[in-house]
Ligand binder design. Structure first.
Ligand code: FES
Length: 110
């Protein structure tokens, strides 16, 4: 059984930086592994449609188990991933948190 180490990194203005390490089992998503480790990551649809679970891949490799409809091609090119459908294919380091969400959505009040 292949397991990969995933380092989740919260960094930015929302709170003090912190990190957590989890291990994913074969064909397990990052969100499922985080839940098994009692880490509270946000989610909504769990099928790649809403974007609530977006993170940004810093290093490593993963595949989306289905089409990540919540992300545009330019987001995918920039390393954004949907943790509810993201299955690691190597050890990964992934940035998570509200600041990642903010990067994706343009603020109409600027
Ligand atoms: S929970 Fe909706 S895209 Fe991941």
């Amino acid at each position: 059984m292949t397991e990969y180490e995933v380092e989740l990194v919260w960094e930015g203005a929302e709170k003090a930086d912190r990190e957590a390490n989890i291990a994913t089992r074969e064909d397990e998503t990052v969100l499922e592994a985080a839940e098994r480790a009692d880490l509270g990551l946000p989610f909504g649809c769990r099928i790649g449609h809403c974007g609530s679970c977006t993170g940004r891949l810093l290093t490593g490799d993963l595949e989306h188990a289905r089409r990540p409809l919540a992300l545009k091609d330019r987001h995918l090119d920039d390393g954004y991933v949907l943790l509810c459908i993201a299955e690691p294919r190597a050890d990964c380091r992934i940035r998570v948190g509200v600041d990642v969400q903010r990067e994706l959505v343009s603020n109409p009040w600027k």
